[in-house]
Design a protein around this ligand. Structure first.
Ligand SMILES: Nc1nc2c(ncn2[C@@H]2O[C@H](COP(=O)(O)OP(=O)(O)OP(=O)(O)O)[C@@H](O)[C@H]2O)c(=O)[nH]1
Ligand SMILES: [Mg+2]
Length: 101
């Protein structure tokens, strides 16, 4: 086996042994959270759009050979001048609690 092939094989084995890191993208509605997820994975996995809030709840995205898993989340909304994060608390914080080790 050539040195290049050995390096390639070793690299693949190392990548296989990496545990996935879980990330969560949070923030205001329409700031580009889902677009960021799509950019990281290089394809349109999460629905995006302007105007009305798009993402509801909390969605996990992952792909083979990419060592991160990303939760896309529902954004905070401004209602009557106040930040409304009631859905965030209900949907997202409960997901974090559920996954605590
Ligand atoms: N100009 C510009 N527009 C962006 C960028 N990222 C996202 N957008 C646009 O902003 C709008 C909202 O993007 P989303 O990714 O759906 O935003 P979001 O934060 O997931 O929104 P919600 O799911 O509603 O909370 C879309 O029309 C995107 O095309 C950026 O970097 N630059
Ligand atoms: Mg979104």
């Amino acid at each position: 086996m050539s040195v290049e092939d050995q390096v390639e094989k070793e690299f693949s084995e190392q990548v296989d042994n990496i545990s996935k890191v879980n990330l969560m993208v949070v923030g205001g509605t329409g700031v580009g959270k889902s677009s960021l997820v799509n950019k990281v994975f290089g394809e349109d996995l999460a629905e995006t759009g302007s105007g009305e809030p798009v993402t509801r709840g909390c969605h996990l995205y992952e792909k083979d050979n990419i060592p991160v898993a990303i939760f896309d989340t529902e954004g905070y909304e401004i209602i009557d001048g106040e930040i409304d994060n009631s859905n965030f608390s209900k949907e997202v914080l409960s997901e974090i609690d559920r996954r605590k080790i």
